[in-house]
Structures are given as structure tokens and as C-alpha cells.
Design a protein around this ligand. Sequence first.
Ligand SMILES: [Zn+2]
Length: 232
Amino acid sequence: MKLKRLSDTEIKQILELMDAVNTGHFVGASGAHLDTYIDKDAPGSHPIHLMHLGHELAHRINEVCRLEDNDIVALVGAPMGAISLGAFTAYWLNTLFPREDGIVIQSLYAEKTSLTDDKAPFKLRSSYAEKIKEHGVIAIEDILNSGGSAQKTIDIIEKCGGKAIGVGALCNRGGVTADKLGVRFVVSLIDLNLQKWDVPKGEECPLCKRDVLIDTRLGHGQRFLDEQKQKA
Ligand SMILES: [Zn+2]
């Protein structure tokens, strides 16, 4: 199968086709209010779109780190949404830029150690840890918001003795940089500079001011409304 490279406009169109880009009035995990919500779970649900996105991400990863010169043995997807993107990206890396020594770049994933504590570190099963020891690894994330989940993926790669070289992501909406994550590169298919208002830190949300209804279907809007009710 031959796929063509995607332009920024086409990437945005695909995300819109996948219903990943939502506009309205939302509350993010940190409590900040948002006028656009990128649905992390939407991209993983459409295999054809995902294959195109993985193809483009493989090209962009190769452009920044020239895979053939490196010792990259695996991509490690952050749980859960990035796992399928990681698998497609690994497929295309092996197809387009196969290692000369015949080693196949593996598609691995990290796991959460807690479903309720957002700060809990990730873990890597021991057979995966063995594969990446002393070798280069790229972390895969779907949406980079604050970069917290990508950081935890990098941390577990390093803890297992792997070398976290960079991060490949579908969307960077928080201006997450390689410097911040302590890796050589962050590549994303789309960088969005989206508005957010840090309401927990006292910033005023213009949407609240205009009484725009908070969308509770995505994000943490319901939690915010419940807290408001308790305060009233
Ligand atoms: Zn608001």
C-alpha cells in the first residue's frame, strides 16, 4: 500500500472527521476552562484515519532522528489512547525505514499503576523492559496537554534502562517542548495554540461570564458543576 504525506490542513481535517476536535465550553483535567476540546479517545477509533496519521508520524519521526543511524528498538505508547497510534506508527517505520540489521522496531505500551490517581507513575511489563534495556526508544502520545503522561512514559522507559530519545504525538496543544521533557525531540502532527483560562488559579473565563453552558459530555465539566453546586 502506498500512502501520501499529509499536509497540516489534511491532518486537521482528519481530526475533524474523527470528531476529535470539539468547540464549545469545556473543563480540562487541571480545571482550566477551554473553548476547544480535543477528544483523546476519538482518534483511536478509526483504523483508516489512524493508519494515515501513523504513516505521517513515521515520516516526521524519521526526519528528526534519522532512524537508520540510531539504535531504536521500540516505540512505547502512553496508556491508553496512544497505543493504537504507536502500533500504526511502528508498522510504517518498519515498512518505510527498515533497520539495516533487520531488527524490527517493536510496538510496546506502558500501563497505568492506578486508575484513580493521576500522579501515579506508569509501569512496563518485564518482557518489555528487557527488550528496551540499553537501547533507544521513542515515546508515543496522542494529545500532549501538559505533557504529564508523556513524561511518565519517558520516566518508565529510563527506569527500565532504555534511552528515551524523543516523543511522537498526534497533537501538541500545550506547547510541550523537548527541553521540558528532557528528550532530544518532540514531533507532533499538529500544533494547536488553543485558548484556556486557568479558573482554579483565579483567571476569569469569558465563556462563564457570558453564561455559555458547560459541556459535560467531554472532559471534567460535570465535576466543575458539582463543585459549584456544593459551594452555592
Ligand atoms: Zn468557563
